[in-house]
Design a protein around this ligand. Structure first.
Ligand code: KIV
Length: 276
């Protein structure tokens, strides 16, 4: 088991080599300042298409465009030194077939400087993953709850319960066999994720898929508690930034209205007077 040495940028083969080893620590990032914070502690920074819901107020990830992913990808690139940067291919940019996926992935890599792309789907995407990886594009898979298919799945539901487990197992095997260097498992029963992790040769990265996965990922704004009214069961909050930011803005508003801000120390002295 080896943990990445400080200072060296993590590559897709480094991540693949962590199968069964030190847990992979992954978070999303969409901006330069957040990328810097993530880079200090994480192995993978994912520019997820969740950016559409988290930063742009969209109702789902379906409205996210390639241009949005590239804009946020470029911002994240400027904040990373060590973590592997992965960018999501957004809905509609890759599903038509391998050639469409290649054009989208090549553009994302060339314009953002990321080292890998992530795309959603299992057996249906195996041919595309094989096509991309054969052409030098590292691909992270994403199976189980695939948010871009929210309407087909009937909501953001746990996948792979009961008889549906067989389909998810087949998806995991197909994505790994096609050459993905890692696979995100989203919202799966813990036992099923454990079985997939034992059966496939590449690392599994869980989100709502239990502790047996080779790594974990969360949406950074969720674990920082940015949304006071959104509490998914699979998220542990490590801060309450939404609550604290609300309280800070309320205090500022009170101070401005009641003349307590700015105070003398926030002002500038006349050039002819000594600085205060
Ligand atoms: O878009 C995203 O943020 C994701 C992860 C949370 C896996 O796909």
């Amino acid at each position: 088991m080896s943990v990445q040495k400080e200072g060296k940028a993590i590559t897709p083969p480094d991540v693949a080599a962590r199968k069964g080893g030190a847990k992979l620590v992954c978070l999303t990032a969409y901006t330069t300042p957040m990328a810097r914070l993530v880079d200090a502690h994480c192995d993978v920074a994912l520019v997820g298409d969740s950016v559409g819901m988290v930063l742009h107020g969209l109702p789902s990830t379906l409205g996210v465009t390639l241009e949005m992913m590239i804009l946020h990808g470029r911002a994240v690139r400027r904040g990373l030194e060590r973590a592997l940067m992965v960018v999501d291919l957004p809905f509609g940019s890759y599903e038509a077939g391998p050639a469409q996926a290649f054009v989208a992935a090549a553009r994302v890599m060339a314009e953002t400087g990321c080292a890998a792309v992530k795309l959603e789907g299992g057996t249906a995407m195996a041919e595309t993953i094989r096509f991309l990886t054969a052409r030098g594009i590292p691909v992270m898979g994403h199976i189980g709850l695939t948010p871009q298919a929210v309407h087909a799945l009937g909501g953001y539901k746990v996948q792979g319960r009961g008889a549906a487990a067989a389909r998810v197992l087949a998806d995991a095997a197909a994505v790994a066999d096609a050459g993905a260097f890692a696979v995100v498992l989203e919202k799966l029963p813990t036992a099923l994720a454990e079985r997939i992790t034992a059966e496939i040769a590449v690392p599994t990265i869980g989100i709502g898929a239990g502790a047996a996965c080779d790594g974990q990922i969360l949406v950074v704004d969720d674990m920082l508690g940015m949304f006071t009214d959104f509490r998914p069961k699979f998220v542990r909050r490590y801060a309450e930034l939404g609550r604290d930011a609300g309280a800070a803005i309320a205090a500022y508003a009170r101070d401005v209205r009641e003349g307590r801000f700015p105070a003398a120390e926030h002002g500038f002295a006349d050039a002819t007077q000594p600085a205060v």
